[in-house]
Design a protein around this ligand. Structure first.
Ligand SMILES: C[S@@+](CC[C@H](N)C(=O)[O-])C[C@H]1O[C@@H](n2cnc3c(N)ncnc32)[C@H](O)[C@@H]1O
Length: 210
């Protein structure tokens, strides 16, 4: 449920385009877990991160209905490219329709399949990557991604607070909570990166490769 602080933040952040509203509406109508969608505040942050970092090659792991990919692509300059990785082929038609409406279809390549297999095939260097797929696999995505990232590039990992479960005592022992907690610990101890964990929405870890 939206709190008054969520509402205040939403009302004072840039309004999403009509196409983003359309994607959100279709997601509510056609999917069982519409809450997975990034939403307008996080979406705007992703767009601004692409813009201020000057990224031209961006990767997304976990596209769902294409909302966050649209935001990332809107931040790209002319000629910039986004590789979007999604395992669920039933979403393909909706994703492509939304991107067309948003006018970003020419900037994005959709790769349907397990991100771990797709990642093994894709070549870097990427300037920015957004991780938002299976929480049990975050450590695997991270280790596969790092060698494909440009020095100074950013990895943005979503849902890293996992509804607060990662700091509950005792911590729930389900595989998703364990996956997110292991990932946060891995990043915190990794001398290859610097990072800041932001409490936006369900937690965003912004990781810079040094
Ligand atoms: C939280 S949703 C992504 C939301 C999207 N980034 C957004 O903000 O609109 C996670 C997505 O990751 C996909 N996914 C899960 N495991 C995957 C994998 N191994 N490879 C690719 N996609 C995967 C799921 O099918 C789901 O659509």
């Amino acid at each position: 449920m939206e709190t008054s602080s969520d509402r205040y933040i939403r009302e004072h952040s840039t309004l999403p385009s009509e196409a983003l509203d359309w994607i959100e509406k279709q997601t509510n109508i056609h999917t069982n877990h519409p809450r997975m969608l990034s939403g307008r505040v996080q979406g705007e942050l992703l767009k601004i991160l692409v813009e201020i970092s000057g990224a031209t090659r961006v990767l997304e792991i976990g596209t769902f209905t294409g909302y966050s990919a649209t935001c990332l692509a809107l931040g790209l300059p002319e000629g910039g490219r986004l590789d979007a990785l999604e395992i669920n082929d039933e979403l393909e038609e909706l994703i492509l329709e939304g991107w067309k409406k948003a006018g970003v279809d020419g900037k994005i390549s959709l790769h349907i399949g397990d991100a771990r297999e797709t990642l093994a095939r894709l070549e870097g260097p990427y300037d920015l990557a957004f991780m938002d797929a299976n929480k049990r696999q975050y450590c695997e995505y991270y280790e596969m991604l790092l060698p494909k990232m440009r020095k100074g590039g950013l990895i943005v990992a979503d849902d890293v607070l996992w509804d607060g479960k990662v700091f509950e005592d005792p911590m729930p022992q389900d595989s998703q909570t364990l996956g997110v907690a292991a990932f946060n610990d891995l990043v915190a101890a990794d001398p290859r990166v610097e990072q800041v964990l932001l409490p936006l929405r369900d937690g965003l870890n912004i990781i810079r490769i040094i």
